[in-house]
Design a protein around this ligand. Structure first.
Ligand code: 5GP
Ligand code: ZN
Length: 119
């Protein structure tokens, strides 16, 4: 399996862990875009949001809320993002949510890499 995040789950690639249970893992993004930038993944491989079973989100939302508490952004607020597929800008094909916080985030940060494009 050459999936980077599966290798992180298996401990074959090191990560800076924030929280873990039997189903989910949270770890710091290697290239943080905010003072708090944590990736939250299911331990089982799922390609992306479009492939995700709805039943998973009951447990996952509680886990994400716990990550927000552990990283101290539950009261100050945060942004939760999942990029899905090519047009969504997904680079790692293992479902993950980005939890970003620790500062007031501008809307649509880095959404347009081309300065000529206004959307
Ligand atoms: P995507 O663009 O797929 O939504 O985001 C992938 C994220 O994974 C990026 O923010 C990138 O910095 C992060 N990332 C990629 N490889 C690794 C890794 O080996 N370790 C960690 N901690 N983060 C990674
Ligand atoms: Zn995977």
């Amino acid at each position: 399996m050459d999936c980077v995040f599966c290798q992180i789950v298996d401990g074959k690639i090191p990560s800076n862990k924030v929280l873990e249970n039997d189903k989910f893992l949270a770890f710091h993004d290697i290239n943080p875009k905010a003072p708090v930038h944590v990736l939250i993944i299911p331990k089982n491989h799922i390609d992306n949001f479009q492939q995700s079973p709805g039943e998973m989100f009951g447990d996952m939302s509680g886990f994400i809320q716990e990550v927000a508490i552990v990283t101290g952004v539950d009261k100050s607020g945060y942004r939760l993002i999942t990029n899905c597929g090519e047009n969504g800008g997904q680079e790692v094909m293992h479902l993950h949510f980005h939890l970003l916080g620790g500062k007031k985030l501008p809307w649509a940060q880095n959404l347009s890499k081309d300065p000529k494009t206004s959307f």
